[in-house]
Design a protein around this ligand. Structure first.
Ligand SMILES: [Cu+2]
Length: 106
C-alpha cells in the first residue's frame, strides 16, 4: 500500500513539472511592438499647399517613416517614425535638398 502511494506521488510530481515547463514557455513569447517617435519640424520657403503635399509625398517614401503631415498654414511637418530605422537628419536633409528649409526640430 505504501509503495502505491509513493508511486502516485512520483507520478503527480511529473505531471506538475510538465505543467510548469509549458507555462514558462508560453510566458517567453515576446511582443514585437514598434516604438514610434514623433518629430515636429518647422519648414521654411513653402509658398503654397502644393509645396506641403510635395514634401509629404517625398518624406513618406523614406524607410522608417510611419506617417507624415505637412501643413502650409502652420509651416509645420509632423513626422511619425521608427528611430531604429531612420534618423531625424534624414528628413531634414531631404527637405533641404528639395528646395525648402528646416528651421527647427522638436
Ligand atoms: Cu508651393
Amino acid at each position: 500500500m505504501k509503495k502505491l502511494i509513493l508511486a502516485t506521488v512520483v507520478a503527480l510530481s511529473f505531471v506538475i513539472t510538465g505543467c510548469d515547463k509549458e507555462v514558462s514557455t508560453q510566458s517567453q513569447v515576446v511582443e514585437s511592438k514598434v516604438n514610434l517617435k514623433t518629430a515636429k519640424i518647422k519648414v521654411g520657403k513653402m509658398t503654397c499647399q502644393g509645396c506641403a503635399n510635395g514634401i509629404k509625398k517625398k518624406v513618406s517614401k523614406l524607410v522608417g517613416v510611419d506617417s507624415i503631415d505637412v501643413s502650409y498654414a502652420t509651416s509645420m511637418a509632423i513626422v511619425s517614425y521608427d528611430p531604429m530605422k531612420i534618423e531625424t537628419k534624414s528628413f531634414s536633409d531631404l527637405i533641404n535638398n528639395s528646395g525648402y528649409e528646416t528651421l527647427w526640430f522638436e
